[in-house]
Design a protein around this ligand. Structure first.
Ligand SMILES: NC(=O)c1ccc[n+]([C@@H]2O[C@H](COP(=O)([O-])OP(=O)(O)OC[C@H]3O[C@@H](n4cnc5c(N)ncnc54)[C@H](OP(=O)(O)O)[C@@H]3O)[C@@H](O)[C@H]2O)c1
Length: 158
């Protein structure tokens, strides 16, 4: 069912910048789809948002953005509930720092799988819907570290 109230889907919405973005969208009357891995923190954020903006609907969908199948499920459930997604905010990210020679391959893989593939997974799953509708906005949260690399922050990957 399509809603006239716009909907924003935010990854990494349980903490930090993603949570702050969710509060801003709630202030502007958007329905919200919140994604992150840990459902307890996600639910705590949803409770705050429902208290802040009782008129908006907040849907939490525990998701690991590194997993394409989970992201496909996220997009499917969001569309099933709201009929459309007007804004996708790719925000879920991890940060590790230190001398590059001390990073394990696992460190590199986890960072790239989250900060790069996580964004690709959501875009790949949602883009056909946005094209079909002829509208929609994708916001990819990056880092100034991708433009001016600071010391000891090699795998920022933004
Ligand atoms: N804070 C900064 O100074 C800064 C600077 C430059 C860029 N950024 C970028 O801004 C974004 C947000 O940063 P932040 O500092 O707000 O981060 P944060 O406070 O550590 O929050 C990260 C959020 O992402 C979620 N997340 C992490 N891995 C995930 C995964 N695999 N799947 C789904 N959700 C995942 C976390 O929840 P779960 O752990 O429950 O999954 C949490 O909700 C990141 O992309 C970061 O690179 C931040």
């Amino acid at each position: 069912m399509s809603s006239t109230i716009p909907t924003a889907l935010i990854t990494g919405a349980s903490e930090g910048i993603g949570k702050a973005i969710a509060h801003k969208f709630a202030d502007h009357g958007y329905n919200l789809v919140l994604a992150a891995r840990h459902s307890d923190r996600l639910e705590a954020t949803a409770t705050e948002l429902r208290q802040q903006a009782p008129s908006v609907t907040v849907l939490t969908i525990p998701t690991d953005v590194r997993e394409a199948t989970q992201v496909n499920d996220l997009i499917y459930k969001a569309l099933e509930r709201f009929g459309a997604i007007d804004v996708l905010v790719n925000n879920a990210g991890i940060y590790i720092s230190g001398p590059a020679e001390e990073f394990s391959l696992e460190d590199w893989q986890q960072t790239i799988n989250t900060n790069l593939w996580g964004y690709i997974h959501t875009i790949h799953a949602l883009l056909p819907h946005l094209i079909e509708r002829g509208s929609g906005i994708i916001v990819n949260i990056g880092s100034i570290g991708g433009k001016v690399p600071p010391a000891l922050s090699c795998p920022l990957c933004h």
